[in-house]
Write a protein that binds this ligand. Sequence first.
Ligand code: COS
Length: 381
Amino acid sequence: MDFSLTREQEMIKDLAQQFAENELEPAAARIDLEHVFPEENFKKMASLGFTGIGIPSQYGGSGGGALEKVIAVSEFAKKCMTSAAILSIHLIAPQCIYRHGNEEQKQKYLPMITKGGSLGAFALTEPNAGSDAGSVKTTAIFDPETNEYILNGTKCFISGGSRADVLIVFALTQPNKGLKGMSAIIVEKGTPGFSVGKIEEKMGLAGSETAELIFEDCRVPASNLIGKEGEGFKIAMQALDRARIGIGAQAVGVAEGALELSIKYSKERVQFGKPIANLQGIQWYIADMATKTMAAKTLVQYAAYLEDSGKPFTTEAAMCKLNASENARFVTNLALQIHGGYGYMKDYPLERMYRDAKITEIYEGTSEIHKVVISRAVMNK
Ligand code: COS
């Protein structure tokens, strides 16, 4: 068993760490307060190759796989969860096209979203299809006269949806077949009949622009179908398996960031005539935070290793996301507690990290859904 990173992975880690410290951290508080998508930083992510992780260079990607994604996303999340979420969720769309698209689709769409600065989005969730993703009601009816699909329906809570240039939309091409009639279709920003509705006001991840998307007789060429008709649910589930490792990486990163800040603060903060780091209560907090975060990180990296090795990883992706997200809430809560009143103030990043961490227990599948996935697997149900 070899837990060490390769030289290339070490380089990605260093690059991500420097970028996070120099560019992401200084903007993090402003993004959170002003609720703005960090356009400039996203462009820089693209120019540094982060938006093309997991895609080969022939399509504009920077190569690597799940572990490289985990490394970059975790480093980003230490300093700015919104930026980590933007990267991690963006990476779902190129993976869908690369793994399930045809050569023409790869040539057309991948370079723009891997290195061209275009943002990808994954549009599955609907008002009545959240945890029950198979209940999607949006339709995409084929029109043989024009060789187009006509989309009708509403998606909600779509991360980056209002800003995305290329969206993977899940819709029923055969509505009478339920989830077996679901297909994955590429929709480009600006397509007539596609509009952005409500932009959500969220508890955290303020800069990631979570939006409602409305499709009203939105016509897209039949050539935008990814894979075959009816394959959409499986494409979505496989995409979510990969994405859940990305959320695990976000959760590990925010926990590591909060732990680092807590260690630093506890050594500086003097109460009762000595640094609070000398108090055993604080030492025990730090020991628990460090141990649980190391365990979470190891499980996330193990799930990434399975994905990269071409082995089944659905269960481990669910486990790593469940564990890392619960740990992120645990660690950011204790970190805020260690910082006391200062932790509650916006002058420090702790309250933001605490708010941002919470979403990891909810999006890309709630903790409860992951327990369904895990128990089904381990109990053979
Ligand atoms: N990979 C590949 N195929 C999968 C799969 C996976 N991870 N999970 C399920 N499938 C397949 C099943 O094998 C089944 O195919 P067959 O009918 O050919 O056997 C089909 O999909 C239906 O699966 P299942 O019966 O398990 O579907 P359910 O409706 O019970 O849903 C859960 C399964 C709950 C796991 C799924 O709906 C889910 O993940 N929900 C959460 C959605 C989510 O994360 N939403 C957030 C969106 S982005 S913020």
